[in-house]
Each structure stands twice: as structure tokens, then as C-alpha cells.
Design a protein around this ligand. Structure first.
Ligand code: CS2
Ligand code: MG
Length: 412
């Protein structure tokens, strides 16, 4: 069964998505997500100009060989663009193999290791009152675990908060749902670590007082702290028993996490901007994290992320796959199939896509009682309506960036 057609489909219903669609000479199709937020067109070019010519005529069943061929024959390895492109091919080939076998992909990965996938949603508020409302609305939507992001007094706009200036200006495009703002240039945001470190523990104290000790709570520091600031935050949040504290410090400096570990037992999650197992070697081997945050879409696909998670399982480190709206429904489906089959599943991030996106991507997953399930359709269980997709051409959008009070650029 050979690959005889490869299309790169770009659509922008509620946000930009890049999807690879492979078709075989037997008429089977496979989809792969290649969406890299704010740099989508770089992956489109990598796929169209460099990868597609290499796929036509290949045996669609040889997933691992195709993975190794694309990774090693490129000579230039790793990195977000390369690994998102390879991920899309990998997902599409697993989708085709599932359809050829008449099985959902999780069955090919060893079958289900659980009945469903605990998922968390994003509650946020510029103040505690708005935050409490957001937590309650997520509980009403069925979420049994909730990420808490809060405004910080003195800061105009901050990552992950629905109600801020930019949101009002965007006529209803929820900022916490889509941080990449459509427009010619990225938005500049302000940041101050000391006010953040003073404020966040008070918010978690208030949330615990309001919602009690059981509710699993997560928080994303979004790469903004120095190692000692990260240690301080982890320690100050210990009384509130977080499920995890995410991306505490820019993870290029991996040994920095030793300092964080020295000072706090708050569980650490890292990896959404990682792309290969080599980005994890030290922090897994030295037990410096508790959750692997990679998404299938950004880590070389199902084949490679499974290798990362198998390595992590030897250290009792669990999965916490990245699942914001910039992971397309295809990428989310792949995450659910992998998450259902592995032993060391921890939790799945689940931000719900918009109505237009759900019309472009027909999905078969279920969301019940706080748990996701990929469904039992052969393959990944997602189909793309190309006519519907054609209604929404690409729109330039950038993620924001930060500047400190003195004008210094800072991690966003
Ligand atoms: C975030 C993302 O969901 C998360 O944990 O870190 O929202 C992230 O900011 C976006 O995916 C960036 O594109
Ligand atoms: Mg994050």
C-alpha cells in the first residue's frame, strides 16, 4: 500500500491549523497535525517543499522506517519545525494503519490501559471573584481537575487570563483560549516577577478555602522565573497541595531544576516546548520533573513521544500532554490514543475548540464525567471537511511577548 497523494491543508476557523492529509493507492486516508502556533507557515513550507516529495511512492505501512528516514536523512535534526513536520507524517501513517487494520490506534499501541483519560481545563480570572466563577463553570462542564491562572495587581495583561484589555478589544475571541492574537505584529505585555510571587500564593489560599482540599489544582508559571524564584514559588505553594506547577523556569537550563528540587516538593511539569527525547534526558534521568508535558504534534508524533514516555516510566514520571487550542483536533485525538494505551498516564490538558473548528474537523472522541476517550472508530477517529476548511483562509497571528518595567525583553 503506497502513499500516492499528500496534501498540506491550512485553515483558520477559530485559529490557524496546519494538517497533513495522506492518501494511499488503496484509497485510505490519514491525517496529521503540524500546527506550530505563530510559526505555522514555516512548517507548511517544510512539508510542501521538502517532505511531501519524499513521501510519494513510499510504503505507508513502514511508520518507524519513515520516521527514521525523515529524521536522519534531513541531516539537520530536532527543533520545533522539523519535529512538527515529522509528527504530522507519523500521525497520518498511524491513522492509515488503524484504518487498514480496522482498529482504533490505541489498540495498535497495545490496547487500553484505563477506561478514560482524566483531563484538566483552564480556569482564570483577573481577580478572585472572576476566578471562582470560572472554576465553577469548569466544574459544571464536568472538569474534575482545574488549572488556575490569575491576574496580578499592577500588571495590565498576563498569560492565561480571559478578562483583560486585549480580550475586550477582540470582540469575543477569548484571550485565555487563544493567546496568539491575529494581526501583523505581536502584542507586548508587561511582567513583574516580585508582584507575581507575592500574589499567587494568596490566590491558591483563597481557592482552597473556597473549594476545599480535594480538587486537583494546576498552575502554569509559563517559563518566567529564575531557578531560585521558581524554588520560592514551589515552596510557597506547598500548603495548597498542587497537582503540578508547570514550566517554572526556562528549561534550556536543565540543571537549574536541581535547585528547585532542593527547596520544594511541589510536583513539576515541563516539556511543552520540547521536541525530542534528547530534550528530556537529564531532567528524567535526574528525576527533576514529575510530568512530561510534550504534545504528540511537537515531539515527532506518536512513535517518538511514546519513546519519551516509555523512558519516563522507568523513573515513575507520568504524562501530562499539552492540549491547548493550538493543538488541532487531530493532535488531540493522537494524544488520547497514546494516553489511553501507555501505563504511565498522568493527566491530559483539554481546552475545548470553537464551533467553527468542530465543523472543519469531525471528531469521535467522548468527554464524560471529567474523562476523555478517543472513541473506537478505526484510525485516529477524525475526518477533515476540506470544503468547510476552505472557508477560513490563514490569518497572520503572533503570540505576545513580555517586557519588564525597565524595557527588558522577558520570557512570555
Ligand atoms: C500553555 C499554552 O496550555 C499551556 O500550558 O502553555 O497555552 C501555550 O501558551 C500555547 O500553547 C502557546 O502556543
Ligand atoms: Mg503551559
Amino acid at each position: 500500500m503506497i502513499i500516492d497523494r499528500a496534501e498540506v491543508i491550512v485553515t483558520s476557523p477559530d485559529r490557524n491549523f496546519v494538517t497533513l492529509k495522506l492518501t494511499t493507492d488503496e484509497g485510505l486516508t490519514g491525517l496529521g497535525d503540524a500546527t506550530l502556533n505563530g510559526r505555522e507557515l514555516a512548517v507548511v513550507a517544510y512539508l510542501k517543499d521538502h517532505v511531501v516529495p519524499l513521501l510519494l511512492g513510499r510504503d505507508a505501512h513502514r511508520i518507524e522506517d519513515t520516521w527514521q528516514f525523515l529524521y536522519r536523512s534531513a541531516y539537520w535534526r530536532r527543533g520545533p519545525v522539523t519535529m512538527a513536520a515529522i509528527a504530522a507524517v507519523d500521525m497520518a501513517l498511524w491513522d492509515i494503519k488503524g484504518k487498514a487494520a480496522g482498529m482504533p490506534v490505541y489498540q495498535l499501541l497495545g490496547g487500553a490501559s484505563r477506561n478514560g483519560l482524566l483531563a484538566y481545563g483552564h480556569a482564570s480570572g483577573k481577580d478572585n471573584e472572576a476566578l471562582f466563577d470560572s472554576i465553577r463553570s469548569h466544574q459544571e462542564q464536568g472538569y474534575k481537575a482545574i488549572r488556575v491562572q490569575t491576574g496580578v495587581p499592577g500588571l495590565k495583561s498576563i498569560y492565561g487570563i480571559a478578562s483583560n484589555a486585549t480580550y475586550e478589544a477582540m470582540e469575543g475571541v477569548r484571550y485565555d483560549h487563544e493567546p496568539a492574537q491575529r494581526g501583523a505584529l505581536p502584542n507586548e505585555e508587561d511582567w513583574d516577577t516580585r508582584s507575581y510571587l507575592r500574589h499567587v500564593p494568596t490566590v491558591f489560599e483563597a481557592v482552597r478555602n473556597e473549594f476545599g482540599p480535594e480538587l486537583p489544582l494546576l498552575h502554569d508559571a509559563h517559563h518566567r522565573l529564575t531557578p531560585i524564584q521558581a524554588a520560592k514559588l514551589g515552596k510557597s505553594l506547598e500548603p495548597y497541595d498542587l497537582f503540578w506547577l508547570e514550566d517554572v523556569s526556562p528549561a534550556e537550563n536543565q540543571e537549574a531544576l536541581r535547585l528547585v528540587r532542593q527547596h520544594t516538593t511541589t510536583p513539576l511539569a515541563i516539556g511543552e516546548i520540547f521536541n525530542t527525547v534528547w530534550d528530556y534526558q537529564q531532567i528524567i534521568r535526574e528525576q527533576l520533573i514529575d510530568y512530561v508535558r510534550s504534545a504528540v504534534t511537537h515531539t515527532g508524533g506518536i512513535s517518538h513521544l511514546k519513546k519519551v514516555l516509555d523512558y519516563a516510566s522507568q523513573y515513575q514520571i507520568k504524562s501530562g500532554m499539552h492540549g491547548p487550542t493550538d493543538i488541532s483536533p487531530v493532535g488531540m485525538a493522537a494524544a488520547m490514543h497514546l494516553g489511553l494505551s501507555i501505563h504511565n498516564f498522568g493527566i491530559q490538558e483539554y481546552m475545548q475548540h470553537g464551533a467553527k473548528t468542530d465543523r472543519v474537523f469531525q471528531q469521535s472522541f467522548t468527554w464524560e464525567g471529567g474523562f476523555l476517550h478517543p472513541g473506537d472508530r478505526p484510525g485516529l477517529g477524525v475526518e477533515l471537511d476540506t470544503d468547510e476548511a476552505g472557508k477560513y483562509p490563514y490569518v497572520q497571528a503572533y503570540l505576545p511577548y513580555n517586557r519588564l518595567a525597565d524595557g527588558t525583553v522577558h520570557d512570555w
